[in-house]
Design a protein around this ligand. Structure first.
Ligand code: COA
Length: 257
């Protein structure tokens, strides 16, 4: 098994089980991951996910460079398509995904974290896109998702210098939204996912879509998109439940309908 999948209530934690190779991305990992994506996308009872790596050294060290060394050009191209499909599928999941950065996130490893919705890091981790020092460029979304997250100036500085940043700097520039001691990372990331899991599932899905899809549109079209996604929340039972819960001074119990 390339992934360990644990269910905790309405949350799943997906752990890359590749500590000896620093959780780097292999053909088998992506194939198994694609199955998990299909299952998760169809599971209405699953409300949020945590994605992390085994051990403390790496969240994910990017592509498995040993496997890569044995590949011909066509296989590399096929692998690259599989990475793209996996990251696109992860980003498109209806549920929010929290990346718990337990160790270094480099190259494809940082690109994996960028395809998640939120990132929480353990103190002491290093993040970076070292590709231009390796004769390639970030090719799994890094040149596109990093500037959308941090702005063009910061993204160019990080990508063109291939510099690694520590957790404190990652927090300061908005690359991660929280930094916690390594011993508390697991519980903090799970607590964040559980918090998301208590919110209205349709609202989460529509808000995620509004942000992700709206970013690529001119403002007027993006506002139209937001309006359509907002309207789709109005007939839900969960909206009525939130109004009732407010009147009854109790927390709402959402069902996703
Ligand atoms: N692919 C395959 N194996 C990898 C790997 C990768 N991307 N990154 C690390 N490993 C392997 C090492 O080859 C080593 O294997 P060995 O024990 O057979 O020699 C093992 O993982 C441990 O590596 P090491 O560098 O000693 O671990 P570390 O804990 O000191 O450092 C990293 C971890 C992730 C910081 C470091 O391995 C690293 O910088 N890796 C390269 C990451 C990278 O540049 N990725 C870009 C891809 S575009």
């Amino acid at each position: 098994m390339e992934w360990a999948v644990e269910r905790v209530g309405a949350v799943e934690r997906w752990t890359i089980e590749g500590e000896p190779r620093r959780n780097s991305l292999t053909v088998a990992l992506l194939a198994e991951g694609a199955e998990h994506l299909r299952r998760a996308a169809a599971d209405r009872s699953l409300r949020a996910l945590v994605l992390t790596g085994a051990g403390t050294r790496a969240f994910c060290a990017g592509a498995d460079l040993k496997e890569r060394a044995r590949m011909g050009d066509a296989e590399v191209a096929g692998f690259h398509r599989a990475v793209r499909a996996f990251l696109d599928g992860l980003e498109a999941l209806p549920q929010p995904v929290v990346a718990a950065l337990n160790g270094a996130a480099l190259g494809g490893g940082l690109e994996l974290a960028l395809a998640c919705d939120l990132r929480v890091a353990a103190e002491g981790v290093e993040l970076g896109l070292p590709e231009v020092g390796l004769g390639i460029i970030p090719g799994a979304g890094g040149t596109q998702r990093l500037p959308r997250l941090l702005g063009v100036g910061r993204a160019k500085e990080l990508i063109l210098t291939a510099r690694r940043v520590g957790a404190a700097e990652a927090l300061a520039i908005g690359l991660v939204s929280a930094v916690v001691p390594a011993t508390r990372l697991g519980e903090e990331a799970l607590a964040l996912a559980e918090r998301l899991a208590r919110l209205a599932p349709v609202s989460l899905r529509q808000a995620k879509r509004a942000i992700d899809q709206g970013l690529h549109l001119p403002l007027a079209e993006a506002l139209d998109l937001e309006n359509r996604l907002y309207q789709a929340c109005l007939p839900t039972r969960d909206r009525q439940e939130a109004l009732r819960a407010f009147a009854e001074k109790r927390p709402p119990a959402f069902t996703g309908e």
